[in-house]
Design a protein around this ligand. Structure first.
Ligand code: CA
Length: 218
């Protein structure tokens, strides 16, 4: 989904394009003149401008030149009935990123928008896990105990992660061994690591469920 600035003066085309683009999940704002287009582009962050050439106050080429002269790198897709090679070249020379002739296929327009629109960086808030006094960040691979950083080896971290990600449910011994060490590991290694985690997080942070496994309390 992109924030689009549609610069077009033909009301019916504005209506049908806006409808179609919104249905496709985009946000659309509209400018009917070059002047308005430049005002909007200067005031808001868009991902793409769809620019007509035949505008009432100035040519789309002029809008594009003025836009670029402000230092803007907003991607611009020219959508026009003017399709001579000369016009196309002129569009690209002025800094257009794409050039589409009218009439056009709406699906092709959507594909080109996907291709040209400015991409937001794929930032996803890392999902931290909080249990009791502990907070674990699986991306940064950190564990905080009452806000203080706890140094853990990779296996200790893996074990803590497994226990904490269960949200208070029991992790069986077999599961923990298999997850952290692989199935063919000595049984007592788990006790050693549980002891170590308890020494860092408090003896009551991990409950033993007799005959079954462990539950993280935090
Ligand atoms: Ca026009």
């Amino acid at each position: 989904m992109s924030q689009l600035l549609l610069v077009e003066d033909e009301p019916r085309l504005v209506a049908s394009l806006s409808d179609g683009l919104r249905t496709a999940g985009h946000t659309v704002e509209h400018a009917g003149t070059g002047r308005r287009a430049l005002e909007l582009a200067a005031s808001r962050p868009y991902d793409l401008m769809i620019l007509d050439i035949g505008l009432p106050d100035q040519e789309g080429f002029t809008v594009l030149r003025r836009l670029r002269s402000t230092g803007s790198d907003l991607p611009v897709l020219i959508l026009t009935a003017r399709t001579s090679a000369e016009d196309t070249v002129r569009g690209f020379e002025r800094g257009a990123d794409d050039y589409m002739p009218k009439p056009f296929s709406f699906d092709e327009l959507l594909a080109r928008i996907r291709l040209r629109a400015r991409r937001e960086p794929d930032y996803v808030e890392p999902p931290t896990i909080e249990v009791g006094r502990c907070e674990l960040d699986p991306v940064a691979r950190t564990l905080l105990f009452e806000g203080d950083h706890v140094t853990l080896s990779p296996r200790e971290f893996q074990l803590a992660h497994l226990l904490m990600s269960r949200g208070g449910d029991v992790v069986t011994r077999a599961e923990a061994l298999d997850h952290v060490w692989g199935s063919a590991s000595a049984d007592n290694v788990l006790d050693v690591y549980i002891r170590y985690l308890r020494s860092r997080l408090g003896a009551d942070a991990i409950e033993t469920v007799r005959g079954v496994g462990y539950r993280f309390v935090g």
